[in-house]
Design a protein around this ligand. Sequence first.
Ligand SMILES: Cc1cc2nc3c(=O)[nH]c(=O)nc-3n(C[C@H](O)[C@H](O)[C@H](O)COP(=O)(O)OP(=O)(O)OC[C@H]3O[C@@H](n4cnc5c(N)ncnc54)[C@H](O)[C@@H]3O)c2cc1C
Length: 289
Amino acid sequence: MDFLRPVTWAEALELKAEHPVARPIAGGTDLMVELNFDKSRPTALLDLTRVDELTGWEHAGDLIRIGAGVPYARVIGELGDLLPGLAIASRTVGSPQIRNRGTIGGNLGSASPAGDAHPPLLASDAEVEVESVRGVRVLPIDEFFLRPKVSALAPDELIRAVRVERAGGPQQFAKIGTRNAMVIAVCSFALALHPAARRVGTGIGSAAPTPVRARAADEFLSGALDWAGGGPVAEEVSRRFGELVAGAASPIDDVRGTTGYRRHALAVMARRTLAWTWHDYREGGAVCA
Ligand SMILES: Cc1cc2nc3c(=O)[nH]c(=O)nc-3n(C[C@H](O)[C@H](O)[C@H](O)COP(=O)(O)OP(=O)(O)OC[C@H]3O[C@@H](n4cnc5c(N)ncnc54)[C@H](O)[C@@H]3O)c2cc1C
């Protein structure tokens, strides 16, 4: 197996163009498991850990650009105020070791329906910046996921960064697992309030072939909330929102949970995250990390 070690982004793109079959490796927390269990045997690995351009985040105005190589530990430590939903989700990932090594770019690269970064990025309308020697493409995140563990990346492309607007209102993330840590989500849900646009965003994890939005739920809730007066959410609004979120999922029965349980849990998480975020909105807090 060849081990390719670029030190600049330009070199990484050139190596990927020359060796399209080379598998990029960042934290290795997904890829090494795959190799150790002999699920794949790539002829080459493209080590991205020495590429400095991937390891930082920056913001221009309200737009935050997170390099693909930024690990969860840094999202938690540095982005909790700007992107609370993503920070809350990052805290639920694996263990401290996994949060130190595992990256946002690697989560996207694996394109698992259960990736915990995905629901908050969906709820915040993030975009994925991908690049090859042919140029840059910026994909809305819901166009990035194609099928279970398959993304829209071309063979010669790498993920450069994820672009997302800083939170303009409260955000939340909830995850059901069989225990509190080191667990793949049975299902998960993210909610972001966007008060300036009087709109909400949602993201569902582990309950469909890809991470998905609950679009009908977004539309319903955006129109039902009392944005101007901050009045309480009526019980029937909360219930209907939960039903619409559950209805947007297309879960399967597997070792982690049944279809029925996943739909039920999604409705509960939708109602709970709505209660938490609306409480913070009424209290006047922009964020709730
Ligand atoms: C014990 C354990 C617990 C875990 N718990 C969780 C959890 O709770 N929640 C969760 O979501 N995940 C969890 N994971 C999975 C994993 O940690 C995450 O998916 C993590 O984000 C992967 O990032 P990485 O940098 O380690 O990726 P890697 O393993 O290096 O790569 C993952 C995939 O992305 C590709 N890739 C990496 N970087 C790029 C790039 N820049 N461009 C294109 N492709 C790229 C790789 O080729 C590979 O296919 C866990 C893993 C382990 C081993």
